[in-house]
Design a protein around this ligand. Structure first.
Ligand SMILES: [Zn+2]
Length: 437
């Protein structure tokens, strides 16, 4: 897509392309993601284009001032001069979308983005009480199952306090349920805001291989959607995973019941007999049973968590002969389809800038994918792989179980074999840093 010498000075037949380095602003949201990509174009070619990829957080960075989220939105507003070209919401997790609600969300909406990209799993399907069958039964089932699972998590969180958890083990499990549950809460306001911004044909619900209009917005830039696969595309891996989408069918009925407030309060009845009043010999059994129910809740919220991560949009941009990979929080089940398709290994081997998947968690960067990146190198050299990580230590996982986020083993690898940049190394109070490629 480069202009040849004959056409210099003649814009009629010239291929339009970015006029300089791509700028990536990595915001310090704490635990979450928010990136502003700026593709520079000359005035004659319509000026710079700005794309926001995710805007959310579940724990602000150390030293964050009040109105941190609003300040980020204002910074985006300033940097894009009041006009945003596109928003990509990789998946429906609080740490990727919370900023699209509230005052910050209003500021973003005022920037009138021309395109709102979300995964196909967010496509508003027929309502649950629809009389006619939706166009695609399986996808509708999938969509409603997802919503039902989120209702279930909401009810779980509302009732968590009422569940007994006295022993350190019970407390630890309850805290996990709280952490994962919170991340998975449905954020109606943010979703509604994205839906409104996407009205009049501005919304795109994408899947692997989708031809996105982002390529028209960014002339001379290649944009490939590498995930998530559709159910049809992913069929070959179904049945091997506990996150099989059909699973949520089990919860669809529960979810509908939960929508009534009355039912919500009767879901987890407080124990009729308190531990103190129970006969001594029964206490151990009661404690074990409480632990079992807490562990089951934890299993449910974690399955939903993994499932939502696997709905992440995976984008590969190519501009200025450099590839930029933004995989959201995609885990192996999402990656697997793209990694099996012919030609993708060659494409991915050229990645020059990698937004580290899933905040550096142990399941966010498939090892095979990492080994495919040809630009990894121990020492500094031209074109060395750059890795960008937005995270906050201590929010998820435990180092004694090897589940801490970011995972130390991965961070060691990133530090040794790439130019590794993490929001955790920003000075306190720094909103964002800009990088040019
Ligand atoms: Zn995340």
């Amino acid at each position: 897509m480069t202009s040849n010498a004959d056409t210099v000075g003649d814009t009629r037949d010239r291929d339009v392309e970015p006029s300089g380095p791509v700028r990536i602003c990595m915001y310090n949201v704490g635990f979450g993601d928010c990136f502003l990509l700026t593709f520079p174009y000359s005035e004659a070619d319509g000026g710079d284009r700005h794309v926001v990829i995710d805007f959310g957080s579940t724990k602000h960075p150390k030293g964050a001032t009040r109105n941190w989220t609003k300040r980020i939105a204002e910074d985006i507003q300033r940097k894009c001069d009041g006009e945003l070209d596109a928003i990509v919401m990789t998946h429906r997790h609080q740490d990727h979308l919370r900023g699209f609600a509230g005052t910050a969300g209003k500021i973003i909406a005022s920037l009138k983005p021309k395109l709102i990209m979300q995964p196909w799993t967010e496509h508003p399907m027929a309502p649950p009480d629809a009389q006619t069958p939706p166009e695609n039964q399986r996808e509708a089932l999938h969509y409603h199952g997802l919503r039902a699972a989120q209702d279930f998590v909401m009810a779980t969180l509302e009732n968590l306090e009422r569940l007994v958890h006295r022993s350190p083990k019970q407390k630890a499990v309850a805290s996990d349920v709280g952490t994962y549950g919170q991340e998975n809460l449905p954020n109606e306001e943010a979703i509604k805001n994205l839906e409104t911004m996407g009205a009049d044909g501005k919304a795109e619900y994408v899947h692997y291989g989708f031809r996105t209009r982002l390529e028209d917005i960014l002339p001379g830039v290649s944009v490939k959607v590498l995930g998530p696969p559709t159910l049809e595309q992913a069929d070959e891996i179904r049945g091997q995973r506990q996150t099989d989408p059909e699973y949520w069918h089990l919860y669809a009925a529960i979810g509908q019941t939960l929508r009534s407030a009355k039912a919500r309060h009767s879901l987890f009845d407080a124990p009729q007999v308190s531990l103190e009043d129970a006969p001594h010999h029964a206490r151990w059994v009661m404690e074990q049973m409480d632990l079992v129910s807490l562990e089951q809740l934890r299993a449910i919220v974690r399955i939903l968590d993994a499932y939502l991560n696997n709905t992440s949009v995976i984008l590969l941009f190519e501009a200025n002969r450099r590839s930029f990979l933004f995989p959201g929080d995609a885990q192996i089940e999402n990656w697997e389809y793209a990694m099996r398709q012919p030609g993708n290994k060659a494409l991915l081997s050229k990645v020059g800038v990698y937004k580290v998947g899933h905040h550096g968690s142990l399941n966010g960067t498939p090892k095979t994918l990492w080994r495919w990146f040809d630009n990894r190198s121990r020492g500094q050299r031209e074109g060395r792989l750059v890795t960008l990580m937005s995270t906050r230590e201590g929010k998820h996982g435990h180092s004694d179980r090897g589940t801490e986020v970011p995972r130390k083993k991965l961070v060691d690898e990133l530090t040794q074999n790439s130019k590794y940049i993490t929001t955790e190394e920003y000075s306190e109070g720094v909103l964002c840093q800009d990088f040019r490629f």
